[in-house]
Design a binder for this molecule. Structure first.
Ligand code: 5AD
Ligand code: SF4
Length: 440
């Protein structure tokens, strides 16, 4: 039988990456093989993101490219899925203007993809199947993981927070937690196949487990997972400041396996803006929380997400964002221009900020953060750190790259045989976004 190949393009966050691993697992079970080459692919899947406009733009750009490819290869099956497909107006636009798309599904029904595919193969006309919301999270899907030694594990889906700028509660639906037993089983089986590091994923991990029949806290889940032999590092994201418990801080401090890193988006420094964003904490609450975490875990790395140019943000209010960055000294910050999302409360807000002003604020913010990043990295100079080696470095194939427990990217000279191992690296150079070193 002829080999059949598929290519998946994943846009957006780790949740989408994990979903793509499941789609890949399902396709492998059907006998398809993965490829990165357009020309080799019999099927292309675009797993979309709608969190900001530029993700939408990128997707539509690629769709144009695949239209041309389909003209050359009429039998190519083009499937699209992910967050954008949960927006009715986008699906309608695709049905109207992009008739060459073969199959559309959403974030809640990945598991029915094989059925949709056989439906398409029978009828040979566009199949659209998007569910408005999901019930329980579907367990037991095959997952074709990118690495053998580190893995994403989704612990919950959806979000109930409705931050006023954010599309996620509409595209990923209401918050649902997986049963802890199922998560433990998945992690045990990962450990048995040689996995050393897991990253637990949820839009707001701090509210994990609250709505289960037998409620359990996120810290409680972490403690269970720490008992799994073979797992050496546990990461998690994302933490919402409003729900971060003392129990979680204690757990990070006490449990060896839980990494000394927390991703704690603050989004904006000004309390009025935070209120309009519906974030449910003030500037002072956030600063006090960071102080509390640092007091209990002095060597913790904290990263964050920041949005500049939210509707109505004045220069003075933006200065509060700079102030928080200067006071908290984040190890890293993901910074975004506010992007209008259709259907969110912020879309309707007057006083949308000019693009020029947004760009100017972003540049000034980056200048401040880059200096801080370099300053924090400089404490590593000459130190020996433990790194989980991921593979060749992206900027120099003769070097290796990996991450410390504090999530610092380290590019280093070392032994290729150590990929997948945790090794000692001596730091010999400092950059704003990474460290250089030599394996010891
Ligand atoms: N515009 C800009 N950034 C956004 N984010 C979410 N929605 C928007 C938006 N409309 C950012 C937030 C969030 C991260 C994943 O994406 O900072 O934490
Ligand atoms: Fe979006 Fe806020 Fe939910 Fe994060 S917590 S996914 S920013 S609504």
């Amino acid at each position: 039988m002829l080999e059949k190949y598929f290519k998946i393009m994943t846009y957006g966050c780790q949740m989408n990456e994990n979903d793509s691993e499941k789609i890949s697992g399902l396709l492998k079970d059907l006998g398809y093989q993965p490829t990165d080459e357009d020309n080799k692919a019999d099927m292309v899947i675009l797993n979309t993101c709608s969190v900001r406009e530029n993700a939408n733009d990128k997707f539509f750009g690629h769709l144009g490219k695949y239209k041309k490819l389909k003209e050359q290869k009429p039998n190519l099956i083009l499937s699209i899925c992910g967050c954008m497909m949960q927006q009715e107006e986008i699906v309608n636009e695709i049905k109207r203007k992009y008739r060459f798309v073969d199959l559309i599904f959403g974030t809640h029904n990945i598991h029915v993809f094989p059925d949709l595919l056989s439906d398409f193969l029978e009828r040979r006309e566009m199949v659209v199947n998007v569910w408005e919301d999901g019930e329980q999270i579907v367990e037991g899907l095959p997952t074709d993981r990118k690495y053998s030694f580190k893995a994403y594990v989704s612990i919950m889906n959806g979000c109930n927070n409705f931050c006023s700028y954010c599309i996620v509660p509409y595209t990923r639906g209401r918050e649902r937690s997986r049963e802890p037993e199922n998560i433990v089983k998945e992690v045990q089986s990962l450990a048995q196949s040689g996995c050393k590091e897991i990253t637990l994923l949820g839009q707001n991990v701090n509210s994990y487990g609250k709505t289960l029949d037998n409620p359990i806290s996120f810290a409680g889940l972490l403690r269970k997972l720490c008992k799994v032999d073979g797992i050496e590092r546990i990461r998690f994201m994302t933490s919402h400041p409003k729900d971060l418990s003392d129990e979680l801080i204690e757990t990070i401090a006490e449990e060896e396996k839980v990494c000394n890193h927390i991703h704690l988006p603050f989004q904006a420094g000004n309390s009025r803006i935070l209120k309009v964003m519906n974030r449910k904490y003030t500037k002072e609450d956030y600063l006090a929380l960071v102080e509390k975490i640092r007091k209990r875990i002095p060597n913790i790395a904290i990263s964050t997400d920041i949005i500049v140019g939210f509707p109505g943000e004045t220069e003075e209010e933006f200065q509060d964002t700079i102030d928080v960055v200067q006071k908290c000294k984040f190890d890293s910050a993901f910074t975004f221009l506010y992007s209008v999302r259709g259907g969110t409360p912020a879309e309707k807000m007057e006083e949308q900020i000019d693009e020029d002003v947004k760009h100017d604020r972003l540049n000034r913010l980056l200048d401040v953060q880059n200096d801080i990043g370099r300053e924090l990295n400089s404490v590593y100079d000459g130190e020996e750190v433990l790194v989980l080696v991921e593979g060749p470095s992206k900027n120099n194939p003769n070097k290796l790259a990996g991450r410390t427990d504090t999530n610092k990217l380290v590019n280093f000279t070392g032994d290729e045989g150590s990929i997948g191992q945790i090794v000692k690296v001596k730091i010999t150079g400092i950059k704003s976004f990474s460290l250089d070193g030599v394996q010891v």
